[in-house]
Design a protein around this ligand. Structure first.
Ligand code: NAG
Ligand code: NAG
Ligand code: NAG
Ligand code: NAG
Ligand code: NAG
Ligand code: NAG
Length: 351
């Protein structure tokens, strides 16, 4: 009831001539805070949120529970912002005429709210049981690491149902990092990209060319047959790169229901090239790229053509067979010079 009044007011309240604009920084200096952490505002005032680099939200909640979206409440959705963005994207909240009742907000990004990234409009004074500090403490108690420890790689973002995409244009992503600039030092919530190796019996990676951000993980999942994931270079698509990553051969039975995987952490924005080391697979076009610059000459299509070229320079040489340092002795976690392998689910028949 109360929340729908707020939502309605948002829709009909036009900025009045007397509106005060209250500027709030979201995640300044990479910190999980709103600055200032709360404001006192009158009906019709505008709270203008400036989104600093990273990937935050402003999502309305109740006092209790914190870190949980209020039904029909205000929400910006995720606003990813690349480092160096100027001007910062903004989102405005129009303060409704709710008789000065407190309004509570948080960042919906995984783990941020639990680290105290909450905000309030018109919170009661310090000594009140529903003060700003009391709300922040509750958020940390309920959603902090003491309450839950989020898994290291497989992040499930907190549910953000029904959010509307921001109207602000947010420059971000592929193009901005498709260069050899030093790796950004920040990390948005890492993503996991899955590439199927030899899906449906085809000599292909699906998808064969992806873009992935620094900090992301690419998971190769081996389907039946006997493939590898072997790093190479653009100019020699079917020749292993010295000190490059190698999964080794991953034989998978035709009727397998569990598939071994090979995980690769993305550390920078430089293009990564690779192929299947099984005899003649690379020459059949079984290659992949990560972060290839598609607008340039060294794009995925050019790489694949080079792999399939009937010349010896791109051919696999004897012994370059993609075996990893542990050969066929596959364990759940094998550390190699350039990669940590997590291989599981190999059909027992092949061990
Ligand atoms: C906080 O914890 C509650 C209860 O476990 C959960 O429903 C909610 O999604 C969490 N919020 C965030 C932002 O992680
Ligand atoms: C921002 O975070 C959300 C939730 O974690 C995620 O789905 C989205 O892909 C992220 N955006 C970028 C550009 O990283
Ligand atoms: C997988 O392929 C390699 C290279 O061709 C071969 O040495 C190995 O025996 C194969 N493994 C199985 C189980 O077929
Ligand atoms: C994959 O490669 C094709 C051909 O070069 C290109 O058209 C497409 O945009 C690429 N996709 C990605 C995600 O890079
Ligand atoms: C693969 O190559 C390594 C050396 O790079 C060699 O020791 C090994 O015997 C080869 N394996 C096969 C199956 O050809
Ligand atoms: C990124 O760095 C980690 C740790 O040094 C390493 O295991 C991984 O192989 C690297 N990723 C790539 C694509 O080289």
């Amino acid at each position: 009831m109360f929340s729908s009044i707020v939502a309605l007011s948002l829709a009909i309240l036009a900025p009045s001539a007397y509106a005060t604009i209250l500027d709030v920084n979201v995640g300044p200096n990479g910190q999980f805070v709103y600055e200032p952490p709360f404001v006192h505002a009158a009906p019709g005032d505008i709270v203008r949120f400036h989104f600093n680099p990273k990937n935050h939200t402003v999502t309305q909640s109740a006092f209790d529970p914190p870190c949980v979206p209020l039904q029909d409440g205000f929400r910006t959705g995720f606003i990813p912002v690349a480092p160096g963005t100027n001007p910062l994207p903004v989102q405005e909240f129009h303060v409704p005429d709710n008789h000065g009742a407190p309004l509570w907000f948080y960042c919906g990004q995984t783990a941020h709210c639990g680290q105290g990234m909450v905000f309030a409009i018109n919170p009661p004074a310090e000594h009140d049981p529903q003060s700003f500090q009391a709300h922040r403490d509750l958020a940390i108690a309920r959603n902090g690491t003491a309450a839950v420890s989020p898994p290291a790689t497989t992040y499930t973002p907190a549910p953000e149902p029904h959010w509307t995409p921001p109207t602000t244009t947010v420059p971000y992503g592929g193009g901005m990092y498709a260069s050899h600039e030093p790796a950004p030092t920040y990390a948005v919530t890492p993503q996991e990209h899955r590439i199927l190796v030899g899906a449906d019996g085809k000599l292909a990676y699906s998808p064969a060319n992806i873009t992935a951000a620094v900090g992301d993980t690419v998971v190769f999942e081996f389907r039946p047959k006997n493939h590898t994931v072997t790093q190479s270079s653009f100019s020699n698509p079917c020749v292993p790169l010295e000190h490059g990553f190698k999964s080794g051969f991953q034989p998978v039975a035709a009727d397998a229901t569990e598939f071994p995987t090979f995980r690769l952490k993305i550390n920078d924005t430089a293009p990564i090239w690779g192929y299947c080391g099984q005899v003649n697979h690379c020459q059949s076009g079984m290659v992949f790229s990560i972060n290839a610059v598609e607008s340039g000459p060294n794009n995925f299509a050019a790489f694949q053509q080079l792999a399939m070229r009937p010349s010896t320079s791109s051919r696999q040489t004897a012994g370059d067979n993609g075996s990893n340092s542990a050969g066929m002795v596959v364990s759940p976690s094998v550390s190699a010079a350039f990669g940590t392998f997590f291989l599981a689910g190999i059909a027992a028949a092949f061990l």
